[in-house]
Ligand binder design. Structure first.
Ligand code: PPS
Length: 288
């Protein structure tokens, strides 16, 4: 029931734009600046979490109730959406620009000049929890806007395995970025690791961004970026004011997939999704 555009070979939700050729053109010609910071993920992998950490690092631990789409715009829908593009102009936004994207490695904008590269923080999450999270998100969008998936979980899980969901195959997305984990301007993080030790990850992110912070500030940012703390500031993450809660902040756990996966589905995931990681050295925690 979900409708997509094919933008540069990537499936994006149809509501992102009325003009797919214009969006493809905008993305291909988007000029990065050396001080841009992109947070890139396959959807539902901890984007909002890491965006908030990065934003607070850049703002000395401030907590803002300004909508996060303004503080940290999302490239693909902002670019050419008839309403969002009027409110936010990424091209004239003052530096340093903090930008969210779900694009694949090859479609994410980057400078053609090797010495002018900006920074990319990529966050990956285990595919079982990612699939469940995406199912809840798209189901909710479907109820609220009519644009999303509206059907049973089992069928959605099949679509996810087969890459017939937004941003296509989880495995291709993650593996392509993983190949660049050692690039000096790429920081590859895992959602489950943030769960295990948030203050250390705030420190790692701050160091990568060349923003050394005091221990006191690191601990404060970690406390302000737990799911509970972010839920207290839920207004910032609502996509529409009339929403009762933000669909971007839900359960935020590792291992929630266990209530959704039958042994058969688990076996299919192991064979068709996880087996692809075997030779890459990339491993995930499925419970902690
Ligand atoms: S999106 O739409 O792709 O940008 O969504 P994204 O932010 O990547 O993923 C949403 C999931 O991340 C969980 N989340 C968190 N988990 C732990 N701690 C914090 N602070 C946090 N913030 C967001 C959110 O609950 C979604 O996961 P699920 O499993 O659906 O709860």
């Amino acid at each position: 029931s979900e409708k997509f555009w094919d933008i540069l070979g990537v499936k994006v939700p149809e509501f992102f734009t009325k003009d797919p050729a214009l969006l493809a053109d905008y993305i291909s010609n988007f000029e990065t600046r050396p001080d841009d910071v992109f947070v890139v993920t396959y959807p539902k992998s901890g984007t909002t979490w890491v965006q908030e950490i990065v934003w607070q690092i850049y703002n000395e631990g401030a907590v803002s109730s300004v909508k996060h789409v303004f503080r940290f715009p999302f490239l693909e829908p902002t670019a050419t959406h008839e309403k969002l593009a009027e409110l936010i102009d990424l091209k004239t936004m003052p530096s340093p620009r903090l930008i969210k994207s779900h694009l694949t490695y090859s479609t994410t904008p980057r400078s053609t000049n090797k010495d002018d590269q900006c920074k990319y923080i990529y966050v990956a999450r285990n595919p079982k929890d990612t699939a469940v999270s995406l199912f809840h998100f798209t189901e909710r969008l479907s109820k609220e806007t009519g644009s999303g998936y509206n059907g049973p979980w089992e069928f959605f899980a099949k679509l996810f395995i087969e890459g017939n969901v937004i941003y296509d195959f989880w495995k291709d997305h993650v593996i392509d970025w993983w190949k660049h984990k050692d690039d000096p301007n790429v920081l590859f993080l895992k959602y489950e690791d943030l769960h295990k030790d948030l203050p250390s990850h705030v420190r790692i992110i701050a160091k990568f961004l060349n923003k050394p912070l005091s221990d006191e500030l690191i601990n404060r940012i970690a406390e302000q970026c737990t799911l509970e703390a972010m839920k207290k500031n839920e207004i910032s993450y609502k996509m529409r004011d009339e929403q009762e809660s933000s669909p971007l902040l839900r359960k935020g756990v590792v291992g929630g997939w266990k209530s959704y996966f039958t042994p058969e589905l688990n076996e299919r995931f192991e064979k068709e999704v996880l087996a692809k990681l075997e030779e890459t050295g990339l491993e995930f925690d499925f419970e902690i």
